[in-house]
Design a protein around this ligand. Structure first.
Ligand SMILES: [Zn+2]
Ligand SMILES: [Zn+2]
Length: 244
């Protein structure tokens, strides 16, 4: 299983950076997780449009869906003959969900569907299950297993919900680490690097990738803070592909 980091910043992207987004590739399945600002351009560096299996949206905060309105035009322009791209997003009462709705012109290129948070979903050999996180907007972490490797993505969460049972023994945990201890006093629904590392340690995962950085958060400090708790920690690098 391969995972490529399209962007690692929130709530805005600094010069040359991008918002939250990942591509997971395994067993002939290609999933995009979230689509923050700048991710659709980067998606095209990694994936042929026709090969994208589905998009999974963790929650409807703008930093996670900013680029997804344009995805329908990417399909229309580059792969009009493919099956409509399924975009799974939480079916919650948030007017921003309309941002993901295809236009009349693009209705045959993209399909907006509810994120199956209770039952989970399978794409070929890939099984995806969900867990509600600690966040002001309803948000779901994702556990992605291809039968041999397991990736867990926390999406946005504070430390108020214990995701350790959900992330148990994952090969790779991608955890949000918006802050470090020094700038994280007023965090609500977000974690510090130390909290992300504590989750990794308690869940017994093999490796931790930190992401969702406030651009002013010093990334070297985040790595140091995490490694003091869980040594197999590193900051996600944009457009780097990791083997899970
Ligand atoms: Zn959020
Ligand atoms: Zn976010």
């Amino acid at each position: 299983m391969l995972v490529t980091v399209l962007g690692r910043y929130s709530p805005y992207a600094p010069v040359g950076g991008a918002g939250p987004g990942f591509v997971v590739q395994t067993g002939g399945v290609t999933l995009m997780l979230d689509g923050g600002q700048g991710t659709v351009a980067r998606l095209q560096m990694q994936v042929r449009t026709a090969d994208l299996t589905a998009v999974l949206v963790s929650h409807l905060h703008p930093d996670h869906i900013a680029d997804l309105h344009s995805l329908q035009y990417l399909i229309a322009d580059q792969a009009p003959g493919r099956d409509p791209l399924p975009v799974y997003a939480p079916d919650v009462a948030n007017p921003d969900r309309h941002w993901l709705e295809p236009t009349t012109f693009c209705a045959r290129f993209m399909r907006l569907l509810p994120l199956p948070v209770d039952e989970g979903i399978s794409f070929g050999p890939v099984r995806v299950t969900f867990a509600r996180t600690d966040h002001p907007e309803p948000c779901w972490a994702m556990r992605i297993c291809d039968g041999s490797r397991t990736l867990v993505y926390t999406a946005d969460t504070g430390a108020g919900v214990d995701l350790a049972p959900f992330a148990r023994s994952a090969d790779l945990l991608i955890a949000e680490s918006t802050f470090v201890a020094a700038n994280g006093q007023n965090r609500k629904g977000h974690m510090t690097a130390g909290e992300a590392a504590d989750l990794a340690r308690r869940a017994g995962v093999r490796r931790l990738l930190l992401t969702h950085f406030m651009p002013s958060t010093p990334i070297a400090d985040a790595e140091a803070e995490a490694r003091a708790v869980f040594p197999a920690s590193e900051a996600a690098a944009e457009m780097r592909t990791y083997r899970v």
